[in-house]
Design a protein around this ligand. Structure first.
Ligand code: 2AM
Length: 169
């Protein structure tokens, strides 16, 4: 069964994030541009019927568009993921992430994680944190969110959008 997650796609921002990463010392294996996203809720493995229910639930989800500033670097030591993320973020992002996580939990999905730390992973297998002296400054104009499926290919993992919805009040 495929692994699913909800995320904000970053089509406008991804090329600038890649440029920035290439211009600065950055640990680990680069995440390809096409895979850059900001996770809202990790769901894990789900069958077709559960996937259809998630889609139906997401269709009913209302959230106004919002902006997230990515102005900090970070590192998840256990996952060896090096990222950029916001120091502070709008409450709309928390509310949306929580609602999507709950949709998953009602269907028995999720990893039971309570804390939400928005971030965009720029590299994996990073054995050290990126320098805290780096000063990223990007803006995500969030106007839609997607349900993704994580697919393993011979060239590595690939994140395929299954369905996307506009953010609207
Ligand atoms: P990451 O960016 O921090 O690696 C698809 O795998 C997405 O879901 C990635 O963005 C990844 O976060 C996130 N993810 C994968 N496994 C997860 C888990 N067990 N708990 C929370 N998020 C997870």
């Amino acid at each position: 069964m495929p692994k699913l997650f909800f995320a904000l796609p970053l089509p406008e921002l991804a090329p600038a994030l890649i440029d920035w990463r290439e211009q600065h010392p950055w640990p680990g294996l680069p995440v390809p541009e096409i895979n850059l996203h900001l996770t809202l809720a990790f769901l894990g493995e789900a069958d077709e019927a559960t996937q259809a229910r998630l889609i139906a639930a997401a269709e009913q989800q209302h959230c106004p568009p919002f902006t997230v500033r990515l102005d900090q670097t970070g590192w998840f030591a256990r996952a060896k993921a090096a990222w950029v993320g916001p120091r502070e973020w709008p409450n709309e992002l928390n509310v949306l992430a929580r609602a999507l996580r709950r949709h998953g939990e009602k269907l028995g999905l999720g990893n039971g994680e309570q804390g939400y730390r928005p971030h965009v992973t720029l590299s994996r297998k990073a054995n050290e944190a990126p320098s805290e002296l780096l000063a990223p400054d990007f803006e995500v104009q969030a106007d839609r969110f997607c349900l993704y499926r994580s697919v393993s290919t011979p060239d590595g993992v690939c994140y395929e959008p299954i369905a996307c919805w506009p953010l609207r009040a």
